[in-house]
Ligand binder design. Structure first.
Ligand SMILES: *[C@@H]1O[C@H](CO)[C@@H](O)[C@H](O)[C@H]1NC(C)=O
Ligand SMILES: [Ca+2]
Length: 106
């Protein structure tokens, strides 16, 4: 039987894990416009939703998270790895082109 303290620790660890594999994708620079938080992003390819396809201009990474972004769906085509928050993807030559991504521990 687990005591309440052990359950509290497990819940806290689960919360950290959820945050660490998340990424926020925004259609405007500086994390503005229409933003979507994607969770459970690791160890698989994630296609962005139709409203955000070729429309993402800034990326806010969850704690301890880095991501690779592709210009085509299903993680195909040219790609870029982003390891720190990107408030303006124009500076990386990757504005309004992202269609898919995967994330991993930073
Ligand atoms: C891009 O996102 C904006 C919201 O910031 C939206 O108004 C616009 O329709 C989107 N463009 C496309 C092509 O989906
Ligand atoms: Ca945009």
């Amino acid at each position: 039987m687990q005591n309440s303290f052990e359950l509290f620790i497990l819940a806290a660890l689960a919360g950290i894990a959820a945050a660490q594999d998340s990424v926020e994708l925004c259609t405007d620079t500086n994390f503005a416009g229409s933003c979507v938080v994607a969770a459970n992003t690791r160890n698989k390819c994630n296609n962005v939703g139709a409203a955000q396809n070729d429309n993402i201009s800034s990326v806010h990474l969850g704690a301890g998270t880095a991501c690779r972004f592709w210009v085509d769906g299903n993680c195909q085509g040219n790609s870029i790895i982003i390891r720190t928050d990107a408030p303006d993807l124009r500076t990386l030559g990757f504005n309004d082109v992202i269609s898919s991504f995967t994330c991993f521990p930073a």
